[in-house]
Design a protein around this ligand. Structure first.
Ligand code: NAD
Ligand code: DAU
Length: 348
């Protein structure tokens, strides 16, 4: 029996991780703790509400009293920590929220684990992190687990700081930890501020597709369910104190990816191929825009046997179809706060 605290489980990646664990491990108790910020949405987990091994708690990871109470009440023995502010553009506008949730919130969870886990046996603090902590690559090379940290944005600086705190708790207090650093995820339930869901949504609604700079930046894309499976693998088979890079072996220049999105969505909408190319709109570049991320995930593949299962073409078609079928989800999540943010960002 395990009592697993999953933080940020109402968000994009967290919702897929919670679903995988609740359905695959009926003997585990899954406690999903989420503040429900603009990015968290309980609609993502409707199918799990009546499951006996699933509990939802609305709380802030920065609230130390509540976190300590949750550890005691639910006898938490493992943490899979995903709660975070996750969008780079927002971090440029408001770095403090990122420092608060990503750094202080993580520290708060570490303290609760340290104080409540008197014995280390069968305990694990698993931090979900990002490849952005490694900085930016030129046209060649890959990030490995030994690449020195060199974060460039307030978001990646906050994630790097939280990784350092996790390792410091392992070194200083012998807290059993593991960290994984993943590349760009895509798939259902992603808030439409990130490139892929934003562009699918805008193609559907004949809105401009704002490409930062020349569109030449490169990202390595992984289908979100494959990331959830990697997290399952690392949670069960990862070695204490280790870091594992997770990636899709799937690099795309933004402009080439956008052309694939246009082709896919136009086809699904029954539009003549390429109709939506006219929506492409080159806008000012993101401040400090990292040029290229590319993950070498061979350690995870060779040591723990994980590799991505879904081909990119299939993943993009599934994702685009999901957004087309779930226009109400998009509408519900993009009213209010998001509208204000979007209008300010792109000055529509
Ligand atoms: P997301 O923004 O979709 O979801 C974040 C979730 O955390 C939301 O449900 C939100 O309500 C919750 N949350 C935020 N602040 C909170 C707080 N103070 N207390 C409790 N809950 C809070 O993010 P995501 O894309 O699903 O990312 C999840 C994790 O994975 C993050 O740690 C992120 O850094 C990491 N990551 C994301 C990607 C990616 O491509 N999206 C890639 C690598 C790593
Ligand atoms: O690499 C992992 C990271 O990937 C995660 O840690 C972050 O949480 C996640 O948000 C993502 O960060 P990126 O900044 O790479 O993702 P985003 O979808 O914001 O942007 C992808 C690329 O597309 C990037 O080069 C910027 C560009 N872009 C993005 C948006 C939103 C545009 O050209 N136009 C846009 O409107």
């Amino acid at each position: 029996m395990k009592n697993i605290l999953i933080t940020g489980g109402a968000g994009f990646i967290g919702s897929h991780v919670v679903r995988l664990f609740v359905n695959k491990y009926p003997d585990y108790k899954i406690i999903n703790l989420d503040k429900l910020t603009y990015a968290g949405n309980l609609e993502n987990l409707k199918d799990l509400e009546s499951k006996p091994n699933y509990t939802f708690i609305k709380a802030d990871i920065c609230d130390s009293k509540t976190i300590d109470k949750v550890f005691k009440e639910y006898k938490i023995d493992s943490v899979i920590h995903l709660a975070a502010e996750s969008h780079v553009d927002r971090s440029i506008k408001d770095p403090f929220s990122f420092a608060k949730t990503n750094v202080l919130g993580t520290l708060n969870l570490l303290q609760a684990a340290k104080n409540n886990w008197v014995e280390d046996v069968n305990k694990l603090f698993y931090h979900i992190s990002t490849d952005e902590v490694y900085g930016s690559l030129n046209d060649s090379g890959f990030f490995t687990e030994n690449t020195p940290y060199d974060p460039h944005s307030p978001y990646s600086a906050s994630k790097a700081a939280s990784d350092h705190f996790v390792r410091a708790f392992s070194n200083t207090y012998k807290l059993p930890i593991v960290i994984s650093n993943c590349s760009n995820n895509y798939g259902p339930n992603q808030f439409p501020e990130k490139l892929i869901p934003l562009f699918i949504n805008n193609i559907c609604n004949n809105k401009p597709l704002p490409i930062y700079g020349k569109g030449e930046n490169v990202r390595d894309w992984l289908y979100v369910e494959d990331h959830a499976k990697a997290i399952d693998t690392i949670f069960h088979k990862g070695k204490f104190g280790e870091t594992y890079n997770v990636g899709g072996f799937n690099e795309w220049k933004n402009i080439d990816l956008i052309k694939v999105l246009i082709k896919t969505v136009d086809k699904l909408l029954g539009r003549k191929e390429g109709t939506s190319k006219k929506l492409i709109s080159y806008v000012a570049d993101r401040a400090g825009h990292d040029y290229r991320y590319a993950i070498d995930a061979s350690k995870l593949k060779n040591e723990l046997g994980w590799q991505p299962s879904l081909q990119f073409k299939e993943g993009i078609e599934k994702t685009a179809q999901w957004y087309l079928d779930n226009q109400d989800w998009v509408k519900n999540i993009t009213t209010g706060d998001y509208q204000k943010y979007y209008q300010e960002m792109y000055k529509e």
